[in-house]
Ligand binder design. Structure first.
Ligand code: GLN
Length: 473
């Protein structure tokens, strides 16, 4: 192979040092669909039949799902080649891919920096050319954040557009599976394949993809129609006459370098015939707090299933037993009849610090006596955020913000300071609270590091954010 033929890797060095994958396994599909010949990496919280799915946790180190998530089934149906399962913050809890039990992933643009998270392995794999496309999940920014930090495109779909069947839940009311690509069109083409109703996820919208009710039979098509290419077609860059709202509150908190790139990109859109208007989202000042109360509350409940009996690190292991002994109550409880102790031991060993912190805080927020003070207040703030977005969309087709308020931090810088990490999510979490669609596209660079621009649309307005994004790249 001549130097000219060599694949270009953004970071230059050998791609394997990135630690983008937890499990590398190639599964070729013989289906002749829209993704034939494309390689796709899948975040390790999305179930793959026969391939372990760890969620970046020691708790699930050996867990092999007996079924495929709906999105994986659709990938196979579309002819994609699966190349492996990507690294992530444990159970999706984080924004840097440093809370993984399998070690951190490097940013291919600058290996000393984080790739963002929690879907950092997926973004890094796509940026480095280790996969053409990837799937991540976005509960509070986990697709858009790593897309911005690695200089690729990521889409967070409207809640209910993509099936969550087979996604290991972190905070169900907030999260969606979303695509990564090196271009807006690529990411949109992957969205075309995974979007659409699924009878196994009752929160999917039957009228979402096509704007109508399910077909006469009323039975959703599990393998999603290959002819649906509406999202990829929207990546036409034709933004003339579009109105873009800029929410002042989400620009104020961003670093100067980031704002400079953002403003250049807005000026470029202006030159393409876009009208820019200022809009206000006063409620977003409460969004990070509301998001973390809701996300941790849901997580504390979702993660209760990891008790060492049904999945993962077992109480019998913790008490010196063997895997074969699981299921026998006298062995699981260590023979001393103390189930609580056995569960506690499994959870002590199986979960990392950030996961434990969130389970504790979430349990606290839901406790009798505190529920009204925290959880209910957070739900009120969530409703307010939704109303603010509704009002903004009366004035603009889409909203634009910097995706992340900062440049990608160095590895090891933020782990000891969870609060600063949570604040990094200021521009992404409002979108999840309001269940809206958004895209992050590379808008430029500062200090050799990529800066992402986010477009947010009204519910099921994916085509509009894809169109706007395609005018920037
Ligand atoms: N950083 C946010 C969190 O830790 C978002 C994570 C995500 O979207 N999975 O909750």
């Amino acid at each position: 192979m001549s130097a000219d033929d060599a694949p270009t890797h953004r970071g230059g060095d050998a791609a394997d040092d990135l630690n983008a994958f937890i499990t590398r396994e190639t599964v070729v599909s013989d289906a002749d669909g829209p993704l034939a010949g494309k390689t796709v990496a899948v975040k390790d919280n999305i179930s793959t039949e026969g391939i372990r799915t760890t969620c970046g946790s020691a708790m699930l180190e050996e867990y092999v799902p007996p079924y495929d998530a709906t999105v994986v089934e659709r990938l196979r149906g579309a002819g994609a080649t699966l190349v492996g399962k990507t690294n992530m913050d444990e159970f999706g809890m984080g924004g840097t891919t440093e809370t993984s039990a399998f070690g951190p992933t490097s940013n291919p643009v600058d290996r000393e920096r984080v790739p963002g998270g929690s879907s950092g392995g997926s973004a890094a794999a796509v940026a480095a050319g280790e996969a053409d496309l990837a799937l991540g999940s976005d509960t509070g920014g986990s697709v858009r954040n790593p897309a911005a930090f690695c200089g690729v495109v990521g889409i967070k779909p409207t809640y209910g557009l993509v099936s969550r069947y087979g996604l290991v839940a972190y905070a169900n009311s907030l999260e969606q599976i979303g695509p990564f690509g090196r271009s807006v069109e690529d990411a949109a083409a992957l969205l075309d394949v995974i979007a659409g109703p699924d009878e196994r996820d009752a929160t999917t919208r039957y009228d979402a993809a096509e704007g109508g009710a399910p077909d006469a039979a009323g039975v959703p098509d599990d393998t999603h129609p290959a002819e649906a290419t509406a999202y990829a077609a929207a990546a036409d860059g034709d933004v003339e006459g579009m109105t873009v709202g800029v929410p002042t509150e989400l620009i104020e908190g961003a670093d100067d370098e980031v704002v400079a790139v953002f403003e250049d990109a807005l000026a470029d859109l202006d030159a393409q015939g876009v009208e820019t208007v200022e809009v206000s989202l006063p409620s977003v000042e409460h969004a990070v707090q509301a998001y973390y109360v809701i996300a941790m509350s849901e997580a504390s409940s979702n993660l209760a299933r990891f008790d060492g009996v049904r999945y993962g690190v077992s109480g019998s292991e913790a008490t010196g037993g063997t895997e074969g002994e699981r299921g026998s109550s006298s062995e699981i409880d260590g023979g001393d009849g103390n189930w609580n102790e056995s569960f506690a031991r499994a959870r002590e060993e199986g979960f990392g610090d950030e996961v434990k912190r969130r389970i504790l805080l979430g349990t606290y927020a839901l406790s009798a006596g505190y529920h009204d003070k925290y959880y209910k207040k957070a739900q009120d703030a969530r409703a307010w955020v939704k109303r603010d977005f509704d009002e903004a969309f009366a004035e603009a087709d889409v909203l634009a913000t910097p995706t992340m308020p900062v440049l990608p931090p160095k590895r090891g810088e933020s782990l000891d300071d969870p609060l600063s990490l949570y604040l990094m999510d200021a521009n992404t979490v409002p979108v999840n609270l309001a269940n809206l669609p958004a895209i992050s596209v590379p808008a430029g660079e500062r200090e050799g590091l990529p800066v992402g621009m986010q477009f947010v649309g009204p519910a099921f307005g994916e085509a509009a954010v894809i169109r706007a994004g395609s005018a920037v790249e």
